[in-house]
Design a protein around this ligand. Structure first.
Ligand SMILES: Nc1ncnc2c1ncn2[C@@H]1O[C@H](COP(=O)(O)OP(=O)(O)OP(=O)(O)O)[C@@H](O)[C@H]1O
Length: 247
């Protein structure tokens, strides 16, 4: 297609099939810099599969993944990370034998920086997030909420243009989710990062996202701002009717 000069991350007509089963069918979605985009949908809708194709953990069966208009659908995750597309995981995936600072510093070293420079950058990221006190804590014993924060901090070590958050609020209290929402807003607002927020906490997604996509059975059934989503009967039928966690 071409012609789009915005430096965005997009899925264009993406289908992902596992054998005969289509986890995603003809999905088109765009993440723009400095804005928060939400992705909601019932269990098994294909949210994680979509994160996986957008971050190089899964190749699309058909369709394109576009980064600044370039097709990066065949780029593996480690390459896409260097190109500015970072993610977090549902489970923390931290190095449990290391403390928090080293968990972040490892990323800096992997990017080719010296150990010292990586530690300085790791400390800067933790301080920016307001969690410098976690630096020397062993990653193994972290409370769940802190583990989530460190997962985000580690993703920020890539200074990503785009950050995909896979259920970052899972298991959080309402107050903790509010803090997380404030952090996500700072990531987009202060760092200019384009965020895709995948969450079962619909209230959180609607409160922070300027544009929300709703997936059901592998297809985008609705997209728009908060009012468009809350007014949609299709969303109510597919999501709110089917998922008791919806609030
Ligand atoms: N590697 C795979 N092989 C086969 N089927 C898969 C694979 N990965 C995902 N699926 C299937 O694709 C569908 C979408 O799964 P996915 O995890 O993307 O949904 P989700 O919306 O993230 O779900 P949840 O909200 O429960 O995390 C599910 O039916 C799942 O079983």
């Amino acid at each position: 297609m071409g012609g789009d000069n915005t430096f965005s991350l997009a899925a264009s007509g993406v289908t992902v099939a596992f054998g005969g089963f289509k986890a995603l069918t003809d999905v088109t979605l765009t993440v723009t810099p400095g804005a928060i985009h939400g992705l909601i949908g019932p269990n098994g809708a294909g949210k994680t599969t979509l994160v996986n194709v957008l971050t190089g953990f899964q190749e699309p069966t058909t369709g394109r993944i576009l980064l600044g208009g370039r097709d990066v659908g065949a780029h593996p995750a480690h390459l896409l990370r260097r190109e500015g597309v970072a993610r977090t995981f549902q489970a923390g995936r931290l190095f449990t034998g290391l403390d928090v600072l080293d968990n972040l510093a490892v990323t800096g070293v992997g990017l080719g920086h010296s150990r010292h420079a990586s530690e300085v950058e790791a400390m800067r990221v933790l301080s920016w997030m307001g969690v410098a006190d976690l630096a020397e804590k062993p990653a193994a014993g972290l409370p769940y909420t802190d583990e989530r924060r460190v997962g985000i901090a580690r993703a920020l070590m890539f200074a990503p243009s785009f950050l995909l958050l896979d259920e970052p609020a899972a298991g959080m209290s309402e107050a903790e989710a509010d803090d997380l929402a404030a952090l996500i807003a700072r990531v987009a607002g202060e760092l200019g990062t384009g965020v895709l927020l995948i969450e079962h906490n619909v209230g959180l997604v609607l409160s922070v996202s300027s544009h929300v996509y709703v997936l059901d059975a592998g297809q985008v059934i609705e997209e728009g701002d908060r009012s468009a989503i809350t007014a949609s009967q299709r969303v109510r039928d597919a999501y709110f009717g089917a998922d008791q966690e919806a609030a």
